[in-house]
Ligand binder design. Structure first.
Ligand code: DAH
Length: 340
């Protein structure tokens, strides 16, 4: 009687295991049959009703049934896990033929390419690259450069004032003064940086642009040193055929002063659209440092002399890359920037 029941339980359990298709279902079956309150366990509890001589045999049968159910549970579990794993692998397939995501690497701005080129040239001549503040005292931007208050030269370089003593520098020339005040002589520096003016934006103007200032102070520095230096610079930057021309000019902080033109690197000096037919292109301002400027910075003009120059970085970049509108340099359109 009890052994029939046992057989029945075993068959039922095996059938259920066979039919189950999920791991938690298997667990349920385990609890239902083998758990503390499961079918097999309660059958064992009924042992006391069985004749004593039949008990060992019956016990053995129960154990066998238990083992059979456990084995099948284990086997099913393995199968289900295998199926699950295969399904997961199918889902996680990597399609190596898909085009990869492009990694967009940044690009140096044409202004910076030019600046690094200019720095390289002057470092090669023994210059040190230095920087000064963009928010500057009016004293350094004007007075110390021999541009007194109410001097008409101030109108040409109107700027943004923080208060009546502090402004956004209109030129990198104040760095000359700061270096003359603090550096040991001789001085040979290049000072690039941003400058500001209250100009409307157009193809050749911007309220914020860059200059590169140069300054040399030593004993026996003459205009010949200035000429030789800038000739060398022009050749390095625009090519070995390049010639320079010094046109007399006026800057308050240099005497004498000059503007420098280079032979047009497009037509070689014959005259073309680039140089507006003249064969020459203006690239910078320069001169011998004014004795008053030396004096104001604490340098004896009887003992020392020097030259200075100031280059508009954007101007050189536009020339070098034949770009006809300065605004393109500030719009940061990658399609434009990528070309350089
Ligand atoms: N600071 C001048 C300007 O912004 C440029 C300049 C001219 C700088 C002559 C110099 C120089 O050092 O000697 O117009």
């Amino acid at each position: 009687m009890e052994s029939n029941r046992l057989k029945q339980i075993k068959e039922e359990a095996l059938k259920q295991i066979e039919a189950s298709n999920a791991l938690d279902k298997l667990n349920e079956i385990r609890i239902n049959y083998l758990g503390k309150k499961g079918e097999l366990t309660s059958l064992l509890k009924g042992m006391k009703d069985i004749k004593a001589e039949e008990r060992p045999k019956f016990g053995q049968m129960v154990n066998e049934a238990r083992q059979a159910i456990e084995d099948m549970l284990e086997e099913s579990k393995k199968k289900l896990m295998q199926v699950a794993r295969e399904e997961q692998l199918k889902l996680e397939v990597i399609d190596v033929t898909l085009p990869a995501k492009k990694n967009n690497v940044g690009h140096r701005h044409p202004n910076m390419i030019t600046l690094e080129e200019v720095e390289r040239i002057f470092i090669g001549m023994g210059y040190e690259v230095v920087e000064g503040p963009e928010v500057e005292y009016a004293y350094y931007n004007f007075e110390a450069l021999n541009i007194p208050e109410n001097h008409p030269a101030r109108d040409e370089q109107d700027t943004f004032y923080i208060d009546d003593k502090i402004l956004l520098r209109t030129q990198t020339s104040p760095v000359q003064v700061r270096m003359m005040e603090k550096k040991k002589l001789p001085i040979r520096i290049l000072a690039p940086g941003r400058v500001y003016r209250s100009d409307e934006v157009d193809a050749t103007h911007s309220p914020c642009f860059h200059q590169i200032e140069g300054l040399v102070i030593d004993k026996n520095i003459t205009f010949a040193d200035l000429k030789g230096t800038l000739q060398e610079f022009a050749k390095e930057l625009f090519g070995p055929q390049t010639k320079v021309k010094f046109r007399p000019h006026h800057f308050p902080f240099t005497e004498p002063s000059a503007e420098v033109d280079v032979t047009c690197f497009k037509c070689g000096g014959k005259g073309c659209r680039m140089c507006k037919g003249s064969g020459w292109i203006e690239i910078l301002g320069c001169g011998m440092v004014h004795p008053r400027v030396l004096e104001m910075s604490g340098i004896d003009p009887e003992e020392y002399s020097g030259f200075a120059f100031g280059v508009g970085l954007e101007r050189i970049t536009l020339l070098k890359y034949e770009i006809d509108d300065m605004r393109l340099l500030y719009e940061n359109d990658v399609r434009f920037l990528k070309q350089f």
